[in-house]
Design a protein around this ligand. Structure first.
Ligand code: FUB
Length: 328
């Protein structure tokens, strides 16, 4: 009996310590060095979106909070990380929670942050409380690490605004790009890829919602520009691989170019972000590599190099355990 009491005391003390560490990690910056893939090992991170701003990579992720064994998403807030070399990272206190959107029910799904005129706009997919279905919201801040607040007080896109697909989660996975002429575009979707122009204020649509037909489009569009080409990468089939299309014009036509990443180990989803930083290109994605079970709901962000061919097409990504070297 004495032994049992001692055992429970130790377990109780350990639990207190663990929760104290957890609280501390969320209330102040946490510095860590990645040791290959996955790059973040102290929590489950998913749906990476990255932005390069002032010589620093800002990595924004969702956080998989489902208890062990739960086979469903549980995601309530987003996390933010910065690095100046892709190896040494700082996690900052969570700059955005789904509660920031009073009209939303829950589900801090995939997102992307973009800068315009010194302000930072964070586009997110969340469940709408009254309209129902997934919807897209936008938060704004004067600093890439927040504090972010709801920029509109209402959703930017709701399920009743998009009719191409019947199911209620087709308005997810926003990706935003500002074209050379200053026109901003929002891409998003599940089972169909939607896109629309954004007004210069970045918080209102500016014209009709259009669709793009892409082979086996599932979700997770990510649009980037490089050397005269627009790239639209996306999750292909389910379980997901990542494929891409190229165009000379942001409004298309898009030419399908093939698969760039294979199935992400132990996860149905793969969700990529693509950036250039200090002369190299990076493919940032998630796998279920750290999950003891239910990897699709306990995902972890990984980073590998992305290489282009001379004609601008993208070489197949090689997912590695080692990850990338320090960027200089
Ligand atoms: O994290 C929830 C959903 O899983 C995302 O919105 C999709 O892209 C997939 O990664």
């Amino acid at each position: 009996m004495q032994k049992l009491k001692k055992y429970f005391a130790v377990v109780w003390f350990g639990a207190c310590l663990f929760s104290a560490v957890k609280v501390e990690a969320q209330s102040k910056d946490t510095v860590f060095r990645s040791n290959g893939n996955p790059i973040i090992r102290h929590k489950f991170t998913a749906d990476p979106a990255a932005m390069v701003y002032k010589n620093t990579v800002y990595l924004y992720t969702g956080v998989d909070e489902a208890p062990t064994g739960k086979n469903n998403y549980e995601m309530h807030h987003w996390a933010s990380f910065t690095s100046t070399d892709m190896l040494n990272w700082t996690e900052h206190p969570s700059p955005l929670n789904v509660k920031a959107f009073a009209w939303a029910k829950d589900d801090a799904w995939a997102s992307q942050v973009i800068e315009r005129d010194g302000k930072f706009y964070w586009y997110v997919a969340v469940e709408h409380a009254s309209i129902g279905g997934k919807s897209i919201g936008v938060a704004v801040a004067d600093n890439p690490l927040g504090p972010f607040k709801d920029a509109r007080g209402s959703a930017l896109v709701t399920n009743d605004m998009t009719k191409a697909i019947k199911h209620h989660w087709d308005d997810i996975d926003p990706s935003v790009i500002i074209d050379k002429d200053g026109q901003a575009y929002l891409f998003w979707g599940n089972s169909i890829c939607y896109y629309a122009k954004l007004k210069a204020n970045m918080t209102e649509l500016d014209g009709p919602i259009k669709t793009i037909t892409l082979p086996h489009f599932t979700e997770a569009p990510w649009v980037h520009y490089r050397n005269g080409w627009y790239y639209l990468s996306y999750a292909y089939e389910f379980p997901e691989k990542i494929a891409y299309a190229m165009s000379r014009n942001i409004n298309g036509p898009w030419q399908y170019k093939g698969i760039i990443n294979e199935l992400a180990g132990n996860s149905n989803t793969n969700h990529q972000a693509i950036i250039d930083f200090k002369g190299k290109s990076y493919f940032i994605y998630h796998t279920g590599a750290l999950a003891a079970d239910a990897g699709s709901f306990h995902r972890s962000v990984c980073v590998d190099y992305l290489y282009y061919n001379k004609d601008g097409s993208i070489k197949r990504v090689i997912m590695t355990s080692e990850g990338v070297k320090a960027a200089r």
